[in-house]
Design a protein around this ligand. Sequence first.
Ligand SMILES: [Zn+2]
Length: 106
Amino acid sequence: MHVPKTTKDYCKKCNKHTEHKLKIFKTGAPRALAEGNRKNAEKKRGYKGKYQFPATIKKQNKKPTFISECGVCKAKHYYVIPKRMKKVEIGAKESKQTKQAKSKAK
Ligand SMILES: [Zn+2]
């Protein structure tokens, strides 16, 4: 799905609707010393160092999360589209005519 680069969204700081820039949110690296990771390491330790994970069902697609930045005060907040989708692209979809014109220019 194509998502526009800028949207009009409510800003808490400005207390009104302003223009917001959208960026795709990416999760950081997991912390090695988080409680769950420490427990998992403890279970895997020792002579029989095997630990069977409970079977989990992986969802095919993810709900895209964005970080939207206010154009006036630069405050950031999350912007979630509550729908699962395969592919997300920021920017309007190019029509066939503009694609052809670009390829000709090259
Ligand atoms: Zn603002």
